[in-house]
Ligand binder design. Sequence first.
Ligand code: SF4
Ligand code: SF4
Length: 384
Amino acid sequence: MAKKLNGTVIVTYRCNARCNMCSRYKAPSLPEEEISLETIKKLPAMYFTNITGGEPFIRSDLQDIVRELNKKSDRIVISTNGFFTDRIVELCKNFPNIGIRISIEGMRETNDEIRGLPDGFNRGYETLKKLKEMGVKDIGFGMTVQDMNAKDLMSLYDISDKLGMEFATASLHNSFYFVENKNIISDRQMVAENFEKLINALLNSRSPKKWFRAYFNHGLINYIYGQDRLLPCDMSFDTFFIDPYGDVMPCNGTKEKEVMGNLNVQTWEELWNSPAADEVRKKVRCCDRQCWMIGSVSPAMHKYIWVPAIWVVRHKLRFWTKKKYSIYEIPVVREYRDGRITKAELDRLSTCDLCGVASDGLSEMSRKKLSADPEEKRKDDHII
Ligand code: SF4
Ligand code: SF4
C-alpha cells in the first residue's frame, strides 16, 4: 500500500482580509478556475490535510470539498481568518471532527489594524467561543508574529490557554504564496524576547505537546535571525501543496511557484512519479530559503523526532534546576547583543528583497482579468 502523505489544499486565492504581511487579496484566483471536486477526488491518501486559502470559507462548496477529503484523509484542519462565523459553525455541525485554526494577529486593536477586517478580532474570537460551546475539540488560534504584534504574544497565549485551545505561531515569510518579498522583522531582539516568554510558559506546562511547541518557537527565533533551519526540509518527498489551479507544488515558501505537475490533467501517480516532480525535488534539496513554517516543520519534527526530543529533555531538565530557556542559547543572538554582527548583516540573511517584484503564482487568465479591471476583480472575494 502506498505511504500516506501530508497535503495542503489551497482551495482559493480570494480573500476578504487585507493583511499587512500578505498581499494575496490583491492577486485572487477566478472562481471558475478554482480546484474542482473532480480534481480533489484524484488526490492520494493522506494522514493529514490542511485546507487553506486565501480565505477557504469564501468557497460556497467548501462542505463538498471537506466531504471528499474526509474520505481520504485521517485528519483535516482548516486555516481561516474566522470572519464567516455562520459558515464555520455550519460546517462544524456536519463535520464535528474537523480541526479549525483561526488566525488572530493580536489583541483587538492590533489584530484589526494588521488584518484590515472591520471587527475582525471580535468575529474571530466569537467564532472560536461558539465552536467551543458546540463541543468542537480540535480548535485553536494561529498568530503570525511581527514587530507590530509581538507584545501581544503572551496575552493571546493566555487566552488560548484559559479556553483550552491550541496556540499556533508563525513569523513573517516572503514567497509567491503571500505575494510578498518585503516582509522582515525589524526589532529582532524585542520579538525574540517575547518568544522567550512564550517558550518558558510552554516548557513550564504539563503538556508534552506544548514542550514540542516550545522547540518550534525556538526555531522561529533562529529563523528570524536568518540562520539555517534546525531540521532538514523534505517537502515534495512525502508532503505536497496543491493550488487553486490544480498545480502540485512542494511547499508555499519558494520565491517563484515550483510545479511538479497538474492534477487537472494528470493522474496522481503520473504526476508524483514524473521527471518534473523529480526536478522539483532536486531543487528542494538545495533550497536556501530556510523557512520555518508549521507546514514544513511539523512533518520534519515527526520524521527527525529525536532532534526536538533531545532539545525538550535538555530544557525540561534545566527547568527543574530553575534555569529557564534563554534566547542567548542561539549563538547569533549573542553575537548581535555583543556587536559582533550588525542589523544590516542580519537583514541580508533574510529573504526580504526590497528591490525585487513579488511573484503571485496566478494563472494567465486570473492575471489578465486582474490587470484589465483590478478593482472590479477584487470585489469577487465576497462572492458566495
Ligand atoms: S494572510 Fe490569509 S487572511 Fe490575510 S490576506 Fe493573506 S490569505 Fe488573506
Ligand atoms: S526551505 Fe523547504 S519549505 Fe522553504 S522554500 Fe525551501 S523547500 Fe520550500
